[in-house]
Design a protein around this ligand. Structure first.
Ligand code: ADP
Length: 430
């Protein structure tokens, strides 16, 4: 072939239940095209003769239930695997669909109107996010509209790192960009590990679970479709407690444990009997990420929040904000040790306490959340945020800071909530 001289073209023939796994390993994009047969990417149908363009770093699996001829153009590390857990994943989907039918059937008393609530747990890098995406996709492809909840503060797939949130899924994920993120409910936690402030994390879990329950009651279809919950890969010590808390607050009825049998056994002992616990293997295609790769994918998530994707570009703006037009606050402070308190006085709960945060050059490169409140109130800690800005500069002489904002105006009120998340923005923005 002479058409694309500098790029490599690779062609693959997939048999039934095979998957083509590839990593966009160079600095250039890679184009995927289905030439013949049928295929899907993480549960989204791949259209024949359409060119899907993946950015550098993307890791993709193209699976076929039947047969497919697939072409890749560009620098990609690729191989075909005949072994995948997809049959088990679709069986899990079938079980969820069965529960939705029961919820939809007025003759069944106990589950009327409320479909399955499933939570996916396991260590990092076992494909939890991917399986959530597959299950959401299969659900919408059967005309369901579930709620997807992401409790992973390290690698959140709904909003910026350091958040937990929920979205309503009513169309399949884009093959390249994933689910649309319109009208998400997002709570700012502000750091990457639930253990940094476990009490705050649990407060946010509770608040989010109430918001989600309200949605499942508001809309019949949503209620029947149920809730699919992705969790953090932190499973030791406090992480285990956080999984159990999430199961309680979201009142889950199925927990799918990926990969780790020990976790499966532990949960069987801890969770109440009515919670069904299933154990599933991880896919051999899931990459084990180094901390650098993890950092890179977090940066890409923030980058995506501000700049969008190739398919849907955003154009953020930069603003100079005088110090006296903004208040920066922080959620959670060190508590006073009990022995330092007067006798008989109980230590106050400092985990969600909202306190002023002094503006200083330390804020440079930090992501800040935009609170909807116009004055300093304790509710800031547990109310969904509008969105985020990134601090690009702090000028202590001129007493102003420069922030990157997704929109062309910086909304009032300007109460910014501190987060530990940093993002080095290397774009020049007007
Ligand atoms: P977790 O949520 O458990 O940390 P992810 O679902 O995010 O894991 O998966 C980690 C990475 O592996 C992602 O980049 C994802 O695209 C990739 N991946 C998942 N499943 C496959 C597969 N079958 N083949 C190739 N890559 C995969």
């Amino acid at each position: 072939t002479t058409s694309v001289s500098s790029s490599r073209i690779q062609k693959f023939e997939l048999e039934e239940d095979n998957e083509l796994r590839f990593v966009v390993s160079g600095r250039e994009e890679v184009t995927l095209e289905l030439i013949n047969g049928s295929a899907e990417v993480f549960g989204s149908v791949v259209e024949k003769n359409k060119k899907y363009i993946f950015p550098p770093g993307a890791r993709v699996a193209v699976f076929t239930w039947k047969k497919a001829t697939v072409e890749l153009i560009g620098t990609a590390n690729a191989y075909v695997s005949p072994e995948t857990p997809m049959i088990m994943y679709i069986n899990l989907h079938a079980a969820l669909e069965q529960l939705r039918r029961i919820a939809d059937n007025p003759t069944e008393k106990d589950r009327v109107g409320q479909g399955p609530r499933i939570m996916l747990v396991g260590p990092t890098d076992v494909g939890k996010s991917t399986l959530s995406r597959i299950l959401c996709n299969y659900a919408v492809r059967q005309n369901r509209s579930p709620i997807f909840v992401d409790l992973d503060v390290g690698q959140n797939s709904i909003s910026a790192p350091g958040t937990i949130g929920a979205i309503h899924i009513n169309r399949p994920a884009d093959v390249v960009d994933g689910f649309e993120r319109t009208k998400p409910i997002v709570y700012n936690y502000g750091s990457l590990q639930p253990g940094d402030n476990n009490a705050l994390y649990e407060k946010l879990l509770i608040t989010l679970s109430q918001a989600v329950s309200a949605k499942t009651v508001e809309n019949v279809e949503t209620g029947i479709s149920g809730v699919i919950i992705n969790t953090c890969g932190w499973i030791a010590d406090g992480g285990y407690a956080a999984i159990v808390q999430a199961a309680q607050h979201f009142e889950v009825d199925i927990v799918a444990v990926l990969d780790q049998e020990r976790l499966y056994n532990e949960l069987q002992k801890t969770l109440p009997k009515f919670v069904k616990i299933v154990h599933l293997p991880k896919s051999g295609g899931v990459e084990v990420r180094s901390s650098e790769v993890r950092l890179k994918s977090r940066n890409m998530a923030v980058q995506r929040y501000f700049y969008g994707t190739r398919g849907e570009q955003y154009f953020p703006h930069q603003f100079d904000v005088p110090f006296d037009e903004v208040t920066v606050v922080k959620v959670g402070t060190e508590s006073v040790p009990e022995e330092c308190l007067p006798v008989g006085m109980k230590p106050e709960d400092y985990s969600a306490k909202v306190v002023p945060f002094p503006i200083s050059p330390e804020l440079r490169h930090h992501v800040l959340a935009l609170s909807p409140f116009d004055s300093l109130t304790q509710e800031i800690s547990t109310t969904p945020v509008f969105g985020f800005v990134v601090v690009k500069e702090v000028d202590m002489i001129e007493k102003k800071m420069t922030v990157l904002c997704p929109r062309n105006e910086l909304p009032y009120p300007r109460i910014f909530v501190y987060t530990k998340i940093e993002f080095l923005d290397d774009h020049n923005v007007p």
